[in-house]
Design a binder for this molecule. Structure first.
Ligand code: ATP
Ligand code: SF4
Ligand code: MG
Length: 316
């Protein structure tokens, strides 16, 4: 097992109170697993990715544990997290490619990153060239500024940077969202190739795009309002989802495997509850066509068949 997250609670402190962005998140990631992480905007996907790498000043670890390769990940202790970053866990943040420093050439940026991680750039330069070639980039990109590269090229650079030290876990947060359809597909294929070559052991691929994730991921986990709704093999989520929220998401897709644009998560009536004072019970109950009296209690996340978890009183 690469990753084991147990009852993780991470809140944002705001002047109006705590935003319960992750409120009891539990899941495992097997060695070699690529897990797609889906759910509507604001459900906590980015917060989950960030929590595994670095809590920013407003984020508070309220409870729960994270194990990576059998060792505790001390997310509340920023200093203790330093050796893990890039070496063990790496994150391609949402909007990473637009955050590249415009005044630095790509090569210099990579060298600075390596030195800050205690690695001599010269020791890794051959491997760097090899990996750039693997994602279709000439080593010449190292001499260019970010502004001289297309979106797809920048995204590939960011992917190579994030995985250069062969982390156990890679979190890729919406890495394909800003790209055109054919580039999206090739970026996703490169990430699968990175896993196949064991540059990364396991991956969390955050996306709004269920049809893209269906093609590349082994499993899909669906979040709703700071909690896990369902996790199962990708085929099961698409063909036989059990949680009413997942069922609505999937039935809102015109045809899985059709175009990317059609596969986005939209079209469910209503909005998720606010996370400042989240409601008690099942957080989906106001939108759920199957809600009944029991739903005023929080449904536990249960393994309803091997490898298939759901949190709903109707699936238990
Ligand atoms: N810095 C912050 N301060 C307060 N609340 C925040 C902060 N960042 C995120 N949140 C809240 O935490 C919840 C989860 O946000 P998060 O960014 O993790 O969602 P997401 O699933 O990644 O959404 P998207 O699909 O839009 O990227 C939301 O309710 C959001 O409003
Ligand atoms: S627990 Fe109740 S409200 Fe929640 S998804 Fe299941 S049936 Fe719907
Ligand atoms: Mg996000």
């Amino acid at each position: 097992m690469t990753l084991r997250v147990n009852d993780l609670k991470v809140y944002y402190q705001t002047l109006r109170g705590d935003v319960h962005a992750l409120d009891g998140v539990t899941f495992d990631l097997a060695d070699g697993e690529i897990m797609g992480l889906a759910g509507e905007s604001g459900c906590g996907k980015t917060t989950l990715g960030k929590s595994l790498i670095r809590l920013d000043s407003r984020m508070r670890h309220v409870g729960g544990t994270i194990d990576l390769d059998g060792k505790d990940v001390p997310i509340a202790d920023d200093d203790a997290m330093v050796p893990l970053r890039y070496h063990e866990i790496s994150l391609i943040p949402q909007y990473a490619m637009s955050a590249l420093n415009p005044t630095r050439k790509i090569g210099r940026m990579i060298n600075e990153l390596l030195r800050s991680r205690g690695v001599r750039p010269a020791d890794i330069s051959q491997e760097l060239t090899r990996r750039l070639e693997l994602v279709g980039l000439d080593a010449d990109v190292l001499n260019r500024f970010p502004i001289e590269l297309s979106g797809g090229m920048k995204q590939r650079v960011v992917m190579v940077m994030a995985t250069l030290l062969n982390p156990s876990l890679l979190i890729a947060d919406e890495v394909t969202s800003a790209l055109d359809v054919s580039t999206q597909r090739s970026v996703a294929e490169s990430l699968v190739e990175f896993r196949d070559r064991e540059y990364v052991k396991s991956m969390v691929f955050v996306t709004h795009d269920i049809s893209l994730v269906y093609q590349m991921a082994d499993t899909i986990m669906v979040m709703y309002a700071g909690r896990i709704a369902e996790k199962a093999p990708a085929k099961t989520i698409i063909n036989a989802p059990r949680h009413p929220y997942t069922q609505m998401l999937i039935s809102a897709l015109p045809e899985v495997g059709s175009t990317m644009e059609q596969g986005r998560l939209e079209g469910i009536p209503g909005t998720p509850p606010g996370l400042l004072n989240p409601p008690t019970g099942c957080r989906f109950k106001d939108r759920c066509p199957m809600a009944f009296s029991k739903c005023s209690e929080q449904p536990p996340l249960l393994e309803i068949e091997p490898g298939h978890w759901a949190a709903c009183w109707k699936t238990g």
